[in-house]
Design a protein around this ligand. Structure first.
Ligand SMILES: [Zn+2]
Length: 270
């Protein structure tokens, strides 16, 4: 279980969260950048939110002395996680860039639909698409030998000086109704000692993911329930209790209503 000190921002410097698995959280953006080390080099998981942040990340990778970046994996296509791709790529002579094939705004050299293995010599990293949730192209990086999973924005980690838990990124491209099942599949990969690195915030454990899955599931079920009772979408937020502050849920509810099968909707109550 990560201690509370790890909630503090580690900045550009890498903190080792498990054997040869490091995380940095460079400003601006404070997006987690993961690094997995093997005998033949490093896999970088997400590349920060700007070229400037990525330059500082590259400096810190060099000072780590753990090898060269031989592959980049993007957990999804959002700019906050991919904007350092070109800087990191240039610094390391064009390592392969891997992402799910629904991460359409990227032009990765390698796309996969369900799974891909990155061989780092003495360890294999599994890249897995567990389903849609935060975006259509979410994928996670799993390091089986040390039980670490880097999950991008499928999970929102604890935020500094905040209420303790980040709110999942319910944006215009999320798949609210599918997100709970995707987290169920993630949970099936986790044990009591697993270390889960979210896209933002400190590393968490299985119990944290389980609790957040419950809340995301509640949002999805509440949308189903309201729609099935004919509550119009513009009255949905005011018509139920929600597990997250409602200012974060407008898009989630709108997306959820649109993604319901026709049989799940009723004519509005007048
Ligand atoms: Zn995102």
């Amino acid at each position: 279980m990560p201690d509370t000190a790890s909630v503090d921002e580690p900045g550009s410097g890498f903190v080792e969260v498990a054997d040869r698995c490091w995380v940095a959280r460079p400003a601006p953006g404070h997006v987690n950048v993961g690094l997995v080390g093997g005998a033949s080099g490093l896999l970088m998981v997400d590349t920060s939110s700007s070229g400037r942040a990525a330059s500082s990340v590259v400096e810190h990778v060099r000072s780590l002395g753990a090898g060269e970046v031989v592959a980049i994996f993007n957990t999804h296509e959002h700019a906050g996680h991919t904007s350092g791709n070109s800087v990191v790529s240039q610094a390391y002579g064009g390592p392969r860039i891997v992402a799910h094939d629904a991460a359409r705004t990227l032009s990765p050299t390698e796309a996969f639909s369900s799974a891909r293995v990155v061989d780092l010599g003495d360890r294999q990293v599994e890249l897995l698409h567990l389903g849609r949730g935060h975006t259509a192209g979410d994928a996670v990086a799993r390091v089986p030998d040390t039980d670490v999973v880097l999950v991008g924005d499928l999970v929102a980690g604890p935020v500094r000086n905040g209420p303790g838990e980040g709110v999942p990124g319910f944006g215009d491209d999320c798949f609210l109704l599918e997100w709970p099942a995707t987290l169920d599949l993630l949970l099936s990969l986790l044990g009591e000692r697993s270390v889960v690195v979210p896209g933002h915030g400190a590393a968490v454990d299985r119990a944290f993911v389980d609790e957040q899955r419950g809340k995301v599931g509640t949002v999805a079920e509440t949308v189903r329930d309201l729609a099935s009772r004919g509550v119009p979408v513009d009255r949905a937020l005011a018509s139920a209790r929600w597990p997250f502050p409602t200012e974060h849920l407008g898009r989630a509810v709108g997306r959820g209503y649109r993604q319901l099968p026709r049989s799940g909707r009723r004519l509005p109550i007048v």
